[in-house]
Design a protein around this ligand. Structure first.
Ligand code: M6R
Length: 364
């Protein structure tokens, strides 16, 4: 039931504060200030290399997790899309840990990759939204998301729940690897508890974003740029837009733009920049100048500080709450989802059932 919403996707976008809170409840103990994972029969602290495999939006969640896990736990992470992983005969040390991320738990390529990893004697961890799915059944470490059924083909609430679980995993991993102590763990738990309110604040921009969609809907191509964990968020923004509005969109690491895609930029190509203020901000501001010098129209998604510094000269800005860097990428999912949604609505596409796509891709 869509309730008062026009589409399941819209309903699912707005459910995020609740379902992310629900998901986090199983991974944090607020009173103890601890991050907790389900018990497993192996020592996570002894894992010194991680392989992440997934498809589509779930792959982008895995890519954000790579940044988090490498930064906080200092464990190297290999990541692949499942269709590549399974056929490239990856080098896996017996006893390593492989992590699979999937909403459905049935995606054919991801499931085949999981079975391949198992044959290669990997321990199997899964982040999955359907607890009765094949992947859930075949896991050694099951990390469920509690997003509830996701009907819209475009993944929204499952994605932010995956990110919430992966943030908790990164924190727990960091503790077990001795990279962070009890005090840092307590503060990460406090940060994670802020996520639902921050998602609500981001959702508060719905009307502005609906208005902004009029700037995007006429475009033939749209570029999304970000650095660090905002690079996968740029990929996700682009995927969401192309999937439901059929506008060609590319996500790029902001620093890579001048290695090719800058040739595309002219006054007809909106460039969506995802960049909270922080150490990498100045670098992204230089990229924005390169875009502007070629007549490109920039939409800046940042926090108050970033917008104050670089908002002038943008065709639009979307102000995100200023939150801890660990949790900020989760919040930046909301504006790219809403922008894709409203653009698709303007274009009159079938938002919940975009052409040529299935909710669960059970063939390779
Ligand atoms: O069920 P899964 O998470 O394994 O699905 C993976 C992809 O098929 C899925 O994320 C797809 O990219 C979405 N339609 C994106 O919105």
């Amino acid at each position: 039931d869509k309730g008062n919403y026009a589409h399941y996707m819209q309903k699912e976008i707005f459910e995020q504060p609740v379902v992310v809170a629900q998901t986090l409840q199983s991974y944090i103990r607020p009173f103890e200030g601890e991050v907790a994972l389900p018990d497993v029969d192996f020592d996570l602290g002894a894992v010194d290399r991680l392989t992440i495999v997934a498809c589509g939006t779930s792959y982008y969640a895995g890519l954000v997790a790579k940044y988090w896990i490498e930064q906080f736990a200092r464990v190297p992470v290999d990541i692949d899309v499942a269709s590549e992983f399974r056929y490239r005969d990856p080098v896996l040390q017996p006893g390593g840990l492989a992590l699979f991320v999937s909403q459905s738990g049935e995606t054919a390529d991801t499931l085949a990759a999981l079975r391949h990893a198992k044959v290669q004697q990997q321990r199997i961890a899964v982040v999955v939204n359907v607890p009765t799915s094949s992947m859930a059944r075949e896991a050694d470490l099951l990390l469920p998301t509690h997003a509830g059924p996701e009907i819209g083909v475009a993944s929204t609430k499952a994605f932010t729940c995956q990110l919430a679980v992966l943030a908790a995993l990164a924190a727990n991993f960091a503790c077990k690897r001795g990279q962070i102590g009890a005090k840092d763990e307590r503060s990460i738990v406090a940060d994670l508890q802020q996520v639902p309110a921050a998602l609500n604040a981001a959702l508060g921009h719905d009307d502005d974003i609906a208005a902004m969609a009029h700037l995007i809907a006429p475009a033939r191509d749209v570029l999304y740029l970000g650095r660090g964990p905002y690079y996968p968020m740029a990929l996700e923004g682009a995927l969401k837009l192309k999937e439901i509005s059929y506008i060609h969109a590319e996500g790029y690491a902001a620093g890579e733009m001048k290695h090719g895609p800058i040739a595309l930029i002219d006054e007809d190509v909106p460039v969506i920049v995802l960049a909270p203020s922080g150490p990498l901000f100045e670098k992204t501001v230089s990229n924005m100048q390169e875009v502007r010098a070629r007549g490109g129209k920039i939409v800046l998604i940042s926090d108050s500080e970033g917008i104050e510094e670089a908002g002038d000269g943008c065709i639009a800005t979307i102000e995100m709450p200023k939150v801890h860097p660990l949790i900020a990428p989760i919040v930046y999912a909301v504006p790219v989802q809403l922008l894709a949604y409203h653009t698709a609505v303007l274009k009159g596409t079938d938002v919940d059932q975009p052409r040529n796509l299935a909710k669960s891709v059970t063939v390779e």
